[in-house]
Design a protein around this ligand. Sequence first.
Ligand SMILES: NC(=O)c1ccc[n+]([C@@H]2O[C@H](COP(=O)([O-])OP(=O)(O)OC[C@H]3O[C@@H](n4cnc5c(N)ncnc54)[C@H](OP(=O)(O)O)[C@@H]3O)[C@@H](O)[C@H]2O)c1
Length: 304
Amino acid sequence: MIGDAPVLVLGARGQVARELARLGLELGMSLETAGRERLDLSSDSADETVLGALIDQTGARGVINAAAYTAVDLAESEPERAFHLNRDIPGRLARVCADRAIPLVHYSTDYVFDGAKAAAYVETDPRSPLNVYGRSKAGGEDQVLAAGGDAIILRTAWVFGAFGRNFMKTMLSLAETRTELTVVDDQRGRPTWSRDAAQAGLAALDLLRRGGPSGLYHAAGADDASWADLAEHLMGLRAVPGRPSPAVRRITTAEFPTAAQRSPYSGLDSSRLAAQTDWRPSGWRSAASAAYADLQSLVSKGIV
Ligand SMILES: NC(=O)c1ccc[n+]([C@@H]2O[C@H](COP(=O)([O-])OP(=O)(O)OC[C@H]3O[C@@H](n4cnc5c(N)ncnc54)[C@H](OP(=O)(O)O)[C@@H]3O)[C@@H](O)[C@H]2O)c1
């Protein structure tokens, strides 16, 4: 998969961007990440000329956009910032890539769905986001599709891993000082290891390069869990003789109010991507175990 053609990743320190960088090294790819020091995407000056110049400078022949406004609750009070990063920037980027005939992979989210469906969501299901973040990401999907270039929108979900900030690291950090963790049990989704989300990005780029169909694809874990299920599994991994992990007390969303409304169910069915590429979704338990081991290894080496 993936030839030698240079790839530009927007995002550098984010969960998925760092996994992409690591995979790029492992695979010997020419892959460059660009974080906000290189180009602050929140600035009005991040227009099509500036985005095009960045792509041209790097000589990229493929772009993966892993940059986004991901603060789901904060987005409720700063919608302009969320829409700028998640709708307007992807639209500009997609037009720049389309003009240059450069394939683009752009990440989106399960939060474009409202949870009214009983089974896992497929790409053709209607969207109905419940919060500003979800609406801003849905706007980004529309903009990328409207640009008309070779582009894949990869919806992922519940991302966790060794890099950046995420639920796994938050739970492990809280476990250091608490005897009990209260965790929401009535929201269900498909937890996704950041490494799997990154691998899906490379597989999608490869698919575009092979002339595969543009459009929407889902790339999440293989099976459903609640946040409490995931926390309990992590606490099991963490426990060692002499250092028990906190108990997980399952609570309802109503007992843990947040600024942004969340969907009770947002499982994504990733069959379409798996049918078109060699990427396969991982079960969340094995993925969480692998991510936990990866985190321990990186911590012991002082990398995270
Ligand atoms: N996290 C999840 O659970 C989840 C779920 C569904 C979908 N997604 C989607 O998956 C993609 C990757 O998410 P993630 O979890 O890796 O996000 P993340 O860890 O929050 O990272 C966000 C990235 O966006 C970049 N960024 C934010 N503001 C920027 C700005 N003003 N200028 C330049 N770069 C900026 C950051 O740049 P720096 O590297 O410079 O900090 C960082 O690399 C996003 O599209 C997200 O919407 C995530």
